[in-house]
Design a protein around this ligand. Structure first.
Ligand code: GTP
Ligand code: MG
Length: 223
């Protein structure tokens, strides 16, 4: 059975490379403006980039060392540009990714409609055993929300990927998402199957556990 994720202050430690047990590559994908960079900055620095929007050019990456169930894990997170003109640059990075976080903005139906196109690109360029998490970001925008949870969950179920709602602004589920992916990849690494099924199953179980957890619990330990 999957262990729930513990959020501890140990995660903030700068772990020396000799202590690192493994490195996983995670890629952030989705239309321009959905909040990929903000999600990463929230996870890495626990701040929110409000104000004028500066689109990512090409690709950027950040490392974050975390502790998952007492194991040291280095997450190498690639923040891609959502703009079409950078698509060929990002394609070359898909192959090495262990996990893909595919974002849309719940206040933009266009970004949601493009999720199918992104999944098509993933199929074309990523490894077949890559794990995918569909992220409905900006859920703090309650009055402007046009993409419901039901719509997101339905699409995720159709493509058999995990679904989670986040807000880079409030921090809702941000740390959880990265840690859940890290934990799923760890379990995959320790399993005998190589087709990614263990990771996807673990991720789904963690998301379901999280859905049943009162949200203020994560909030308090995170901020
Ligand atoms: N309300 C709200 N605004 C957000 C959230 N996440 C991002 N934003 C805003 O959305 C805009 C775009 O965010 P970015 O993170 O730069 O978007 P991006 O997906 O990295 O865009 P590209 O780099 O062009 O691909 C910024 O103005 C952010 O302040 C969120 O969770 N809630
Ligand atoms: Mg960006």
């Amino acid at each position: 059975m999957t262990r729930p994720i513990s959020l501890t202050t140990k995660d903030q430690q700068n772990l020396s490379s000799s202590n690192q047990q493994c490195t996983f590559k995670i890629m952030l994908l989705g239309d321009s403006g959905v909040g990929k960079t903000c999600l990463l900055v929230r996870f890495k620095d626990d701040t929110f980039l409000s104000g004028s929007f500066i689109a990512t050019v090409g690709i950027d990456f950040r490392n974050k060392n975390i502790v998952i169930n007492d194991k040291y894990v280095k997450l190498q997170i690639y923040d891609t540009a959502g703009q079409e003109r950078f698509r060929s640059v990002t394609h070359s990075y898909y192959r090495d990714a262990n996990a893909l976080l595919l974002l849309y903005d719940v206040s933009s139906i266009l970004s949601f409609n493009h999720v199918r196109d992104w999944l098509g690109e993933i199929k074309e360029y990523a490894q077949t055993n890559v794990i995918i998490m569909l992220i409905a970001n900006k859920v703090d925008k309650t009055t402007e929300r046009v993409v419901t949870r039901e719509m997101g969950e339905k699409l995720a179920a159709e493509y058999e990927v995990s679904y989670i709602e986040t807000s880079a602004k409030t921090g809702l589920n941000v740390e959880f998402s990265f840690k859940a992916v890290g934990q799923a990849l760890l379990e995959q690494m320790n399993s005998t199957t190589t087709n990614g099924q263990t990771a996807s199953k673990t991720l789904n179980e963690l998301v379901q556990l999280n859905d049943r957890t009162p949200k203020h619990g994560f909030c308090c330990s995170y901020s």
